[in-house]
Design a protein around this ligand. Structure first.
Ligand code: NAD
Length: 503
């Protein structure tokens, strides 16, 4: 069976590790490839390769680095269909959703192509008599990226395009559940002209991650995954003196106000709750319906729409399915346990996705769209991230109760409100304690030229990914204050022992 390789120093290298895992096609339940879990020694080799490449790459002009990324962008476009099929095959999401993920990643590449402008730094002339000041935004060195299974292309591309554009070298440790795409990205970067060693991929698990978090050559770590692992990564990388951004889990709420355009809101909610089988960190998993009247109307509309949804393989002949399988058998059973707990704790199960069968794919990891009503904040299905196609409706008496619930939740990734009232919407965006806010937009994922990140236990570290925060994360600021000959001569005549202030 094909074993997915590492990509180190510009070469595809088979891991010598004795630990391997099967990679499954979640739509069929069949093992299609195998991935080796790289050893600490192999991970160190990748870091060393990136360290060696840093010297020259960091001195390459930003314009030249940008041109390689321009070429990479065209190659991504040329290879879109192959890449999207590969994502769909190993992750399970439907083909057009895989194209969507690639597009969002590609937009970060487009943003990074502007690096000659983004990395200019600042300049002030005459900050004092004959004195100028300018800043340099210098690369850090070797940067590491550790990514989750749910966006094998997009999340990696939140990180490395900006890291490379700013002059860093990179080691990517993709999810062991859908690792193939990482190698395709590495090959395309090489084809685009990226020098060997600048971008490396190490397949693996905690053993590889621990080396990335502690090796002295690694200067910065970007992590995206579940909150417990994010906390561990942030604490360990920080203890080893590294810069770290660690994005964690989520429980995204939306408030449905009585004045909302219900048709629009119901359509938006369905897509945001069940797209990618709910395996998105920005998936909408809770609706706070303000008042019983709108809650009842919403339930009717959601049930009608769920009835029309077609669940099946990510890649299908003819009409595309609406939703694919979840990532693994283990994850399917975890989601079903959550549904069981919702029932046991008294929520009203309106649509039950347990035991969902897709003809011809009897061994696939399918969970049907699941809808709960009368969910309360004490229930496990409300408190925890399910990461599956399970939508909970919580009925609340007013806007303030709804806002309080969002603000008291441990996660603070995204939140949305559906309303026609501008004042309520404005108040919501001011008061809600989440990093990303949607006003009649169910999944408010910022564009590449803005930054993405949550609040509370959805992120650890001060800087978000991509946009200006991304450029700041991957660069170190140095500010130069300079005075030229005439005044330098003056300096020789007198010393000053007071704090310098500009005149
Ligand atoms: P995960 O935490 O299991 O794995 C993420 C990465 O960490 C993988 O590369 C994995 O190999 C590695 N890893 C796992 N356990 C580890 C350990 N004990 N020590 C060191 N490394 C470890 O997450 P997942 O299941 O792949 O992804 C789903 C999670 O990611 C969800 O919680 C989701 O909300 C979150 N996510 C968050 C965002 C965001 O932007 N906030 C985006 C995507 C996904």
């Amino acid at each position: 069976m094909e074993q997915i390789k590492n990509f180190i120093g510009g070469k595809l290298i088979s891991s010598q590790s004795v630990r391997t895992l099967p990679v499954f096609n979640p739509a069929t339940g069949q093992s299609i490839r195998q991935v080796a879990l790289s050893t600490a020694h192999e991970t160190k080799f990748a870091i060393e390769s990136a360290h060696q490449a840093f010297q020259e790459w960091s001195k390459t002009s930003p314009l030249k680095r940008a041109r390689i990324l321009f070429k990479f962008k065209s190659l991504l476009e040329e290879n879109q269909s192959h890449l999207a099929r590969l994502i769909s095959e190993e992750h399970g999401k439907i083909y057009s959703d895989a194209v969507g993920e690639l597009t969002r990643g590609l937009e970060v590449v487009e943003f990074a192509c502007g690096i000659p402008h983004l990395q200019k730094g600042e300049h002030s002339a005459n900050v004092g008599a004959g004195v100028d000041s300018h800043s340099l935004m210098q690369p850090l060195g070797v940067c590491a990226g550790i990514t989750p299974f749910n966006f094998p292309a997009m999340v990696a591309m939140w990180m490395f395009p900006i890291a490379l554009a700013t002059g860093n070298t990179f080691v990517l440790k993709p999810s062991e559940k859908d690792p193939s795409l990482s190698i395709e990205l590495a090959k395309l970067l090489q084809q685009a002209g990226l020098p060997d060693g600048v971008f490396n991929v190490v397949q693996g698990d905690k053993e590889a991650v621990d080396v990335l978090l502690t090796d002295p050559h690694v200067q910065a770590v970007s992590f995206v995954g579940s909150t417990p692992v994010a906390e561990y990564v942030y604490a360990t990388a920080s203890a080893y003196g590294k810069r770290c951004q660690a994005l964690g889990g989520a429980k995204n709420h939306s408030i449905l106000m009585p004045d909302a355009d219900l048709e629009m809101a119901a359509n938006a909610i369905i897509g945001a709750a069940f797209g990618a089988a709910g395996e998105r960190c920005m998936a909408l998993s809770v609706v706070l319906a303000v008042g019983d009247e709108i809650a009842d109307e919403l339930v009717t509309k959601l049930r009608q729409q769920i009835d029309r949804m077609v669940v099946g393989a990510g890649i299908s002949e003819g009409r595309e399915n609406d939703m694919g399988p979840v990532i693994s058998e283990q994850h399917r059973s975890k989601i079903c346990d959550y549904i069981n707990s919702g029932v046991e704790q008294g929520a009203k199960l309106l649509v039950d996705g347990r035991g969902y069968q897709v003809t011809g794919h009897e061994n696939g990891y399918f969970v049907g769209p699941t809808l709960f009503d009368y969910v309360t904040p004490e229930m496990k299905i409300y408190k925890e991230e399910i990461f599956g196609p399970v939508l909970s409706i919580v009925r609340v008496p007013d806007y303030h109760t709804a806002l309080k619930l969002i603000n008291h939740h441990e996660y603070g990734n995204g939140a949305a409100i559906f309303t026609r009232d501008g004042e309520t919407a404005r108040q919501f965006s001011e008061d809600v304690q989440t990093g990303m806010v949607g006003i009649n937009i169910p999944i408010p994922v910022p564009m590449a030229f803005h930054s993405f990140g949550g609040w509370k236990r959805s992120i650890f570290g001060p800087l978000n990914v991509h946009g200006n925060d991304g450029v700041r994360f991957y660069t170190r600021m140095k500010t130069v204050t300079s005075r030229w000959p005439a005044s330098v001569r003056l300096e020789h005549h007198s010393s000053s022992f007071v704090m310098p202030t500009m005149e």
